[in-house]
Design a protein around this ligand. Sequence first.
Ligand SMILES: [Zn+2]
Length: 141
Amino acid sequence: MQTNPKTIGFHPCGRQGCDKKAETRTMIKGRNHYLYSVCPACKVDQSTGAILQTYLWNHTEWLDGEPEVSPPNLIEAAAKIEAETSETEIDLFDPEALETEPEAVQAAKVPLLAKVLLGGLALGLTVMGVSGAMSNMKAVK
Ligand SMILES: [Zn+2]
């Protein structure tokens, strides 16, 4: 991790109800750019968690405009509540989804095939019926 000690903005710390004004700085981890917080009371918080990154991104008053590269894991405002709970749910639901999916696909294929066969049969009968009816009409004339 590469940290940049330059302060690029300020945000209300907010940690544990802390009301101090904290500095926003940038750090690079791998290819990703993240923000981190430096509070005079709470010290440094370099969590790359989406909650903190989104908080810093939304609550920092930038000294020189917002950074060109935003953290990769910002939570969209509308998806925020879902995202906070989805991580644990995905772990619980994934194995079940993997087990049931092949069965569901097979079950879906059989009726589809039956429908196609029945549809073709019905179409054939309809054509025969129509032509039969037409030949009957001709016979009547
Ligand atoms: Zn603080």
